[in-house]
Design a protein around this ligand. Structure first.
Ligand code: NDP
Length: 400
């Protein structure tokens, strides 16, 4: 029995992970479950999986969690607050950790799992974008095995030769082709896009996901973040990673080799496939997904991305080329802008304008790449982005 801690268990990836784990209860045991505030769903999950530990980042709700678990007759121990989640990421009883917290909030627990020699299933792309090098170095020191969960990066992982080292350029690879569905607005005009609503942005044509990543998919920032993530994980410069719009979301990404071979991973758009792949690697597990029927798919289409209608993709490419703290700055500004959009304080077009303004006026924290420097850049970029949102610069810009 392999013990697994699921961080972000109440979210979309967390629930898909528990679905796969439940299918293989003879092989995996859920040791810890962690979320932010969703006490009700966390308690339901604890009743079903009976973990030894549960955690809420919101320390104020932790006492309520302990009471609710006691009422349910469970001996589950509560590890309170963000430090409790870090502790859960390094539990000796859980050699496997799913990092599925959304946003920069997942950084410390991802790092803690990397430093503790875990099999680390990384869905939390923001932690890689902010400090991929630190995560990879910590994993190398501790012997942790990092497996990407993002469907594109998991596809690339599957298409690369076995035995490669994450962070260094794989032998014989010429390029990576990152596929993108294009999101819900792929056919919208630039003018219509400006005032798209949160519900429209979250109605993804192919994937069912949490709200933040759904908005990122709608702006194509998700693909930009993935481009940065791919560069860090696979040791390639941004100019050797090409984004290709592929509406059907059947090919999850491709690797082109110097001899002209192109390897791709295909499957139904269901995150349980990469999750099961990462849990079982190098073996395979039934993931409970619908198998791909190529005759029903019938055709696979490819188009270049439109950088004009989707400026977030260009901003991410700029951040990837700039390197240093710029990816963390981009990520922080994006998180603030997306939240403001979801809260109704910013229009859709304003997301890219806020991020662009923060990046253009960035004068650096002069950091050395340490965790402290990354966190300082993150905090400064957040406060700058919040100021831009408050000033209403974005909405003024949208009218000009
Ligand atoms: P969701 O919004 O569905 O879930 C987020 C999870 O993180 C919830 O469990 C939430 O808890 C928890 N959480 C939020 N804030 C905090 C915090 N401060 N501390 C601790 N836990 C927190 O997100 P997704 O599952 O969609 O995405 C998770 C990650 O996976 C993201 O980084 C995303 O980019 C990545 N990803 C997602 C894919 C998908 O298909 N959904 C595909 C590829 C990558 P609570 O419920 O209590 O708020």
């Amino acid at each position: 029995m392999i013990g697994v801690a699921v961080l972000g268990s109440t979210g979309s990836i967390g629930r898909s992970t528990l679905d796969v784990l439940a299918r293989h209860a003879d092989r995996f045991r859920v040791v810890g479950l962690a979320a932010n505030r969703n006490l009700e769903r966390l308690v339901e999950q604890c009743v079903e999986f009976r973990p030894a530990y549960a955690s809420l980042a919101d320390a104020d709700r932790s006492a309520d969690l302990q009471v609710a678990l006691g009422k349910a007759g469970l001996a589950t121990r509560v590890l309170a607050g963000p430090s409790g989640i870090e502790q859960m990421a390094s539990l000796p009883e859980a050699p496997y950790v799913m990092a599925a917290i959304v946003g920069a909030a997942g950084l410390r627990s991802t790092l803690a799992a990397a430093a503790s020699g875990k099999r680390l299933l990384v869905a939390n792309k923001e932690s890689i974008i902010m400090s991929g090098r630190l995560v990879l170095e910590a994993a190398e020191r501790s012997g942790a095995r990092l497996i990407p969960i993002d469907s594109e990066h998991n596809a690339i992982f599957q298409c690369l030769p076995a035995g490669g080292v994450l962070g260094s350029a794989p032998m014989g690879v010429r390029r990576i082709l990152l596929t993108a569905s294009g999101g819900p607005f792929r056919d919208w005009s630039a003018a219509a896009l400006q005032d798209a609503t949160p519900d429209q942005a979250c109605a993804h044509p192919n994937w069912s996901m949490g709200r933040k990543i759904s908005v990122d998919s709608a702006t194509l920032m998700n693909k930009g973040l993935e481009l940065i993530e791919a560069g860090l994980l696979f040791g390639l410069p941004p100019d050797r990673i090409e984004v290709v719009i592929h509406r059907q979301s059947v090919i999850h990404s491709l690797v082109e080799y110097v001899d002209g071979s192109v390897l791709a991973q295909l499957g139904s758009p269901d995150m349980r496939t990469p999750i099961a792949q990462a849990l079982a690697w190098p073996q395979r597990l039934d993931a409970g997904v619908q198998f791909l029927d190529l005759l029903q798919v019938a055709r696979l289409d490819f188009e270049p991305p439109d950088f004009g209608r989707f400026p977030c993709l260009g901003l991410a490419l700029d951040a990837a080329r700039a390197g240093g703290e710029m990816p963390a700055v981009l990520n922080a500004a994006n998180e603030v802008a997306v939240q403001a959009f979801l809260d109704g304080h910013l229009n859709f077009g304003g997301i890219a304008r806020v991020i662009g303004e923060v990046m253009n006026s960035w004068n650096g924290v002069g950091g050395d790449g340490s965790l402290e420097a990354v966190l300082e850049a993150d905090a400064r970029a957040r406060s700058r982005a919040a100021e831009v949102v408050r000033r209403g610069a974005a909405s003024v810009g949208s009218r000009s």
